[in-house]
Design a binder for this molecule. Structure first.
Ligand code: HEM
Length: 220
């Protein structure tokens, strides 16, 4: 796919290439930006339904900051607990659960020698559940993402959006979207898991709930 950097490049494209380019962009946004956020929010509702104290704290933040109105972009910096809830949810159930890099040449990494073309896999799912960095890793605790706790952890032990030059280009958009959607819905509704519903992660390209997530909406 050719790269378009400005309207002049766009004008030089044939109509057929413009169509192909637009299609590629739409597919990228759809796959990279839709399913990831949908999974993050789905797991977040599940975790909140299992952790009433965290849910109550989120509700209290929403009451204090929003006082019943819908959130706007300007509220984002004040919805700190909502962001911590999402961060902790993406720790336990990272929507992108593993990613890879391929060595373009022979390469040494610490004690490892990686010949050219070696595929290196890095798993968010495994790292985020490593008790060395996240004690009692299966416990849902948004406080792990207070400014103080974050500063105490080494860089890159938490990387739901990847890292380095190919890091997710939509990260800021994803935080904005997720905090706003969570706040709008949580302000009016509590979501409760259907008691008999089986919850199991399914690691495909993204980490989905294998049997979906059957939840009941209760008006708050
Ligand atoms: C919770 C939401 C999201 C998660 C967890 C997520 C995660 C990721 C990860 C792990 C990567 C690979 C990074 C790497 O290789 O280092 C990636 C790449 C990418 N993401 Fe996201 N993403 C999310 C939302 C979005 C959104 C909303 C968009 C667009 C609106 C987006 C667009 C992209 C694109 C275009 C790439 C490829 C970047 C490249 O290769 O240069 N993502 N994302």
């Amino acid at each position: 796919m050719a790269t378009i950097c400005c309207p002049c490049c766009w004008a030089l494209f044939s109509e057929e290439n413009q169509r192909e380019y637009l299609r590629d962009q739409v597919i990228t946004i759809f796959l990279a930006g839709y399913e990831t956020v949908a999974n993050a929010l789905t797991w977040t509702w599940y975790l909140l339904s299992q952790n009433p104290k965290a849910e109550a704290r989120l509700h209290s933040e929403l009451r204090e900051v929003l006082k019943g109105r819908d959130p706007t972009f300007d509220d984002l910096s004040k919805l700190c607990y909502a962001e911590m809830v999402l961060a902790e949810s993406m720790r336990i159930y990272p929507p992108a659960w593993a990613m890879g890099r391929k060595a373009r040449r022979d390469f040494s990494l610490g004690p490892y020698n990686l010949p050219k073309n070696t595929t290196v896999l890095m798993s968010q799912f495994l790292m985020h559940r490593n008790a060395k960095y996240f004690p009692d890793p299966l416990r849902f605790d948004p406080q792990r993402f207070s400014a103080h706790a974050k500063a105490a952890r080494p860089k890159c032990v938490y990387f739901p959006f990847g890292a380095g030059p190919r890091q997710c280009i939509g990260e800021s958009f994803a935080w904005m979207e997720s905090v706003l959607v969570l706040s709008v819905i949580a302000q009016k509704w509590r979501l409760q898991l259907e008691p008999s519903h089986r919850v199991e992660p399914q690691p495909l390209i993204t980490l989905r709930p294998k049997y979906g997530m059957r939840m009941r909406f209760e008006r708050r």
